[in-house]
Structures are given as C-alpha cells and as structure tokens.
Write a protein that binds this ligand. Structure first.
Ligand code: DQA
Length: 144
C-alpha cells in the first residue's frame, strides 16, 4: 500500500504561524515525523504541500492508479473547497482527513468540512500524532 499525504495552504508556515494553536515545530519537522511514522508502520508514503487549490486537485487526480490511499490536511480549503471534495470523490481512493488542531472547537466557520464528505475517517486535535493515527488506520486496514 502506497499512501499520498497532502498538506494544504499555510502548513508550510508551521513553526511561525499561530504557535499557540499549531505548536513551534516546522513543516520540515512534520514531514520528517510523517516519514518516520510511515517507516515504522512499513507503509511507503509521499508527502506534499501546496498553497494552491488547483495544484492539490491535480495531485489528487494523478493519485489514481499511483497510490492506494490519500491522507489529506486540506487546511483552510477543508472549509471552502468543493473542487477538492469532487476530486477526492472522482478518484474514489480511501481518504483519511487530518487536522493538527480540532476545528470543531474553534471558530464556527471551521465547523464545516467538505473533505469529510469523502473521508472514511478523520483524525484531529492531536498535533503531529493526527497524521500517525491516520497512517495507522490505513495500515491496519491493509493488514486485514
Ligand atoms: C487545520 C485547521 C484549519 O481550520 C486551518 O485553516 C488550517 C489548519 C489544522 O490542521 O488544524 O490551516 O487544517
């Protein structure tokens, strides 16, 4: 099983952006964390980040036939992007949604997740561990 991990806008600013919410570790730290967790689970991963909605849509489309599942933190696009939802539905791969924070305990505009309509599970509010939870979920499923 090969997993594509997609990160949306402003996640490249981790370590600088709102450290009280997102912590002081950087995006490179997150990438290293994800790769390490994947290696421990024995699942190959590719980790990408983009600030552009269209680029994320293209990467989701290209995942068809190239990856077995998608883990996505669409960041702000979670709450706005029908295009990302449609792309996730189009490729029909297993999708797991992740968030560092718990959007449900934040501003009301973060309470809607378009991504969740395509996701089989959501892991949130656990910082970097939300990603390892998502990988574990997919790895355990793959074992069955
Ligand atoms: C986020 C939560 C979103 O509401 C926000 O726009 C982000 C990050 C998270 O990981 O907690 O950029 O997806």
């Amino acid at each position: 099983m090969k997993i594509l991990v997609l990160n949306g806008p402003n996640l490249n600013m981790l370590g600088v952006r709102e450290p009280a919410i997102y912590g002081s570790r950087t995006y490179s730290d997150l990438e290293a964390f994800i790769k390490c967790a994947a290696e421990e689970l024995g699942v190959p991963v590719e980790v990408r980040q983009s600030n552009h909605e269209g680029e994320l849509v293209t990467w989701i489309q290209e995942a068809r036939g190239a990856f077995d599942a998608i883990v996505i933190n669409a960041a702000a696009y979670t709450h706005t992007s029908v295009a990302i939802l449609d792309a996730l539905k189009a490729v029909a791969l297993p999708v797991v949604e992740v968030h560092l924070s718990d959007p449900m305990t934040r501003e009301p505009f973060r309470h809607v997740s378009y991504v969740s309509f395509a996701a089989e599970a959501t892991f949130k509010g656990r910082g970097f561990e939300s990603y390892s939870d998502a990988l574990k979920h997919l790895a355990e499923k793959g074992d069955r």
